[in-house]
Unconditional design. Sequence first.
Length: 420
Amino acid sequence: MEDIQEQLAVLRRRIARIDQKWTGGRDLSGTRHEPRPADLRPARYFVEELISGEVVHTACGEHFETEKLFERHRRHGSMDISNLHELPVDLLDSLSDGAIASSHPTRWAFLDTETTGLAGGTGTYAFLIGVGNIEPAGFRLRQFFMRDYGEEASLLRRLSEHLAQFDVLITYNGKTYDQPLLETRFRMARARHPFERLAHLDLLFGARRLWKLRLESCRLVELENRILGVERQGDLPGEMIPYYYFDYLRTQQAFRLVPVFHHNAIDILSLACLTAIVPFAFRSPEETAFRHGADVIGLARWVLQAGRHEEALRLLRRAVDLGLPDDLLFRTLWDMGTLEKRLGRPDAALAVFADLAVSRNAYRARALRELAMHYEHRERNYALALEATRNALALEDSPGMRQRERRLCERAARTPKPGS
């Protein structure tokens, strides 16, 4: 909040200076003057006068750029910015499935765009592109802005030059939206895009694995609030950003752009801070400090897909210990039982299936079928197998279970009773 108030104070001073410039230095304190034609026109706040930065000239024209450093001693929610520079070089290995085996954090570029629409296609422009990077001094953000459509080629040229110093591109939903959009813009400008040489990690997919079972939404702003503990004050909703840009193009009143630049900056800083959390979980799943069982389930399923069954089972047990809502608890118990069975531990699997069989849940009939198979084939206890089968039939009727019931009735009739 202090940083925002400080920015607003600076902004007010700049607006006052620009007002004075466009009104010819006249006193605006309340003294009445005879209006002149110039007085009746609203002052135009050009972006280069309102936002600290510079107009950059390239062989393709010119555009506007601004840069900001988030110093290492600062915090963003629960994250110390200084922690970013200490991230291990192999952090992205597991989450990228080995595509980014080793890369120093200072070689990562965090990218986000603000566009004229969400539909994509050749009619959508990325009018503001932010690129953040980690350095010893903290987290540095450079924003590339086109003041009009004619400045796109110049902006793209500088963006390509800027990205040349990085090896890894990190985005949030960037593989689906930001990168394809920018590739289209480069093609429209008849320029080669810089993304072929950059390994691309889209953090959205890892974040969804971790938090989709607990959070209603995995939008970046939601994770920023629920995971990092950041509460944005007076933020501009993303869906309003195109309208603010169109209004700027129409009026050239750049003060409307200030919240757009701020929104983009916070998105990118949050993306960097989440990169210090999400890949760590996939790098060392059993060392995570998650306090919610549902988050651990997301990790366990990823580990299971990788074929690491013992590790997945340990994570599932941990999730149960942390606590789960009933529907997720029963699904997790079922997964644990099937894993125990796959790992050749029938007694452990039997205990889990027995727990599922005694309470009302979506997996009860399946658990009873597992019990019936166990008693029939492993213990040759046809009476118990028949009881489990009939209990399962009472919940879900099926031809297979009817056939099992008939077979077990015949076997139970042929089996001598104890003592006979």
